[in-house]
Design a protein around this ligand. Structure first.
Ligand code: ARG
Length: 451
C-alpha cells in the first residue's frame, strides 16, 4: 500500500517519477515518525517553550491584524450637491465669512445632520460642511462635504449606496424650510486627500477633537494637541521665537505691530507652523511686513497694534496647518463669550517661551468694565478688547503677543476675535489681557491683503 503525502505535494498513484520520490512506504513512514518522535524528545524543554510561545505570539499577531483590518474604522468623504429652489442667490454667498453664507450654511448643515442622525447611519455620520454656494437660474446650488466613519472592510460602493439611499429618501421625508429639487441631488465619493483639501481650504475648521473643558491657568496650563489650533504661527527673528501670529490665507499672517519694534527688515524674519517650535511642521521666509501706518514706533502706545506679514512662498494647507476665519467688520462678539488664546509665551511674568503650544480659555470682558478705575482706568479704546478674568490667573503673557484670540460660532467654525497686544504683567487680578479688536481693523486688513 502506498500512502500519499497529499497535503504537501498533491501526488497520487501513477504520478510522475519525480513525484514518486516523495512517496513513502508504510514501513519507512513509521520509521520516520519514530525518528521525529525521538527528535522531539531530544528537544530541551526551554526550546519547546520558545517554539510554543513563538507560535502563540505569531497566531495572536495574525488574528490581531485580521481583526484590525476588518473592524478598523476609516473616514470616508462625499460631496453632496443639490439645488435649493426657495432661496435667491445673494452675492454675499461668494464669501464664506459673511453672515448670509453662515446663516444659509447653518440651515443646510442642520438639515443634513437631521437626515443622517435619524437614520441607521447615525453612528457612522460625523459631520457636514458647506463648501460653496453657487448661483443658478433656479436658486442656489449648494455643495456640501459629508464625513462618515465606516469599517475599512466595507466596500466603497456599498457605503456610497447606503449614504446615497438615506440622503435621497430622508431629504424627501424630513420637514425643513429649504426646498430641495430632488432631481438635482448628486453624491460623489471623494478620496481622503480631496476631502481633506476641501475642508482645509475652508477657514476656521479643525479636525474633530474632544473639546477641552474647564478653566485653565496659563501657568501650568494645558498643552495644545496637534491640529487643535492649525492657524497658529510663530514669528521668529533670526530664528528665535518672538511673537505669535494667525494664518489668514496661504500667504498672509496677521499679528501685532509691536512685534516688529526696532526690526522691520523682512529678511531677518521667518514664520513657523505646527504646535512645536522645534521641530516645526513647516517654515517660511517672510517677503513683506506691513505695520499699521498709524502705529507709533517710539511712543509706548498700544493703539493700532496690528500688522500683516506676507510669506515668500505659500503655505501648504493640511489639517495641521491652515487658516482661521476673519469676522466681518460689523460682527459683534458679545461680552462674556468664551474664547481661547494660544501661544508659546511665558508661563508667568518675565518667564521664558515654551516649545509646545499652550491654550487657555478666557472670556470677553466689556470695555465698560475694563475701563473702570481699578482695572485699566480708561486706557481701553475702540480698537481694543479685554479678555480674561477680573480675578486673574488665566491670561496670555510675554511671547504670546501677535497670537490669536479665537471664538467658535454655533457651527463650530473659529473666528479671529483679537490679537494678543498688552496687559499689566500677566494674570494679575483686575488686569486682564488686552487684545487688538479684529473687527475694528477688518477693513484695514482687507485693504492690505485683499482678504
Ligand atoms: N506684550 C506682550 C508680548 O509682547 C504680550 C502681553 C500680553 N499680556 C497679557 N497680560 N495678556 O508678548
Amino acid at each position: 500500500m502506498l500512502r500519499c503525502c497529499t497535503v504537501c505535494c498533491g501526488a497520487r498513484d501513477g504520478g510522475s517519477p519525480r513525484e514518486k520520490s516523495f512517496l513513502l512506504t508504510s514501513q519507512s513512514y513509521t520509521e520516520a515518525v519514530i525518528q521525529m518522535d525521538r527528535g522531539v524528545r531530544r528537544l530541551e524543554p526551554w526550546k519547546i517553550a520558545v517554539i510554543v510561545v513563538s507560535v502563540i505570539v505569531g497566531l495572536a499577531l495574525i488574528i490581531g491584524l485580521i481583526t484590525f483590518l476588518l473592524c478598523h474604522d476609516q473616514d470616508r468623504y462625499y460631496d453632496a450637491s443639490f439645488l435649493i429652489t426657495n432661496v435667491d442667490y445673494n452675492p454675499q454667498y461668494e464669501r464664506q465669512t459673511t453672515d448670509e453664507f453662515r446663516n444659509l450654511s447653518e440651515d443646510i448643515e442642520t438639515m443634513i445632520s437631521e437626515v443622517f442622525r435619524g437614520s441607521f447611519l447615525s453612528k457612522r455620520y460625523l459631520r457636514s460642511h458647506v463648501v460653496s454656494l453657487n448661483p443658478d437660474p433656479l436658486g442656489v446650488l449648494a455643495s456640501v462635504v459629508l464625513v462618515f466613519k465606516f469599517p475599512s472592510a466595507d466596500s466603497e460602493a456599498a457605503t456610497w449606496g447606503q449614504v446615497n439611499r438615506v440622503l435621497l429618501r430622508r431629504l424627501k421625508a424630513i420637514s425643513t424650510n429649504l426646498n430641495i429639487d430632488q432631481s438635482t441631488i448628486t453624491l460623489t465619493e471623494l478620496n481622503k486627500e480631496k476631502g481633506d483639501n476641501l475642508l482645509n481650504n475652508c477657514c476656521g475648521i479643525r479636525r474633530q477633537t474632544s473639546s477641552f473643558t474647564g478653566v485653565e491657568r496659563i501657568t501650568g496650563g494645558q498643552h495644545a494637541r496637534e491640529a487643535e489650533w492649525p492657524w497658529q504661527a510663530s514669528i521668529q527673528l533670526d530664528g528665535t521665537h518672538r511673537c505669535g501670529a494667525s494664518i489668514i490665507s496661504n500667504t498672509w499672517l496677521v499679528t501685532a505691530a509691536h512685534c516688529f519694534r526696532g526690526v522691520r527688515d523682512p529678511r531677518r524674519w521667518t514664520a513657523s507652523f505646527g504646535i512645536l517650535l522645534r521641530p516645526p511642521k513647516q517654515k517660511k521666509f517672510v517677503r513683506r511686513i506691513i505695520v499699521h501706518e498709524r502705529y507709533g514706533d517710539l511712543v509706548v502706545d498700544h493703539e493700532y497694534d496690528v500688522a500683516v506679514v506676507e510669506l515668500a512662498t505659500p503655505i501648504e494647507f493640511t489639517s495641521d496647518v491652515h487658516s482661521v476665519c476673519l469676522p466681518e467688520a460689523s460682527h459683534v462678539f458679545p461680552d462674556n463669550s468664551s474664547c481661547f488664546v494660544t501661544g508659546w509665551g511665558a508661563l508667568e511674568n518675565d518667564g521664558n517661551s515654551v516649545n509646545q503650544l499652550r491654550q487657555a480659555e478666557v472670556r470677553i470682558i466689556s470695555t465698560e468694565i475694563c475701563n473702570r478705575r481699578q482695572v485699566y482706568g480708561g486706557a481701553i479704546t475702540a480698537g481694543m478688547l479685554c479678555a480674561g478674568y477680573l480675578e486673574g490667573q488665566v491670561d496670555a503673557c510675554q511671547g504670546d503677543s501677535g497670537g490669536p484670540l479665537v471664538h467658535a460660532n454655533s457651527r463650530g467654525i473659529w473666528y479671529l476675535v483679537g490679537i494678543v497686544s498688552w496687559g499689566d504683567e500677566c494674570g494679575k487680578p483686575n488686569k486682564p489681557g488686552v487684545y487688538t479688536r479684529v473687527t475694528y481693523y477688518r477693513n484695514w486688513i482687507h485693504s492690505k491683503t485683499g482678504i
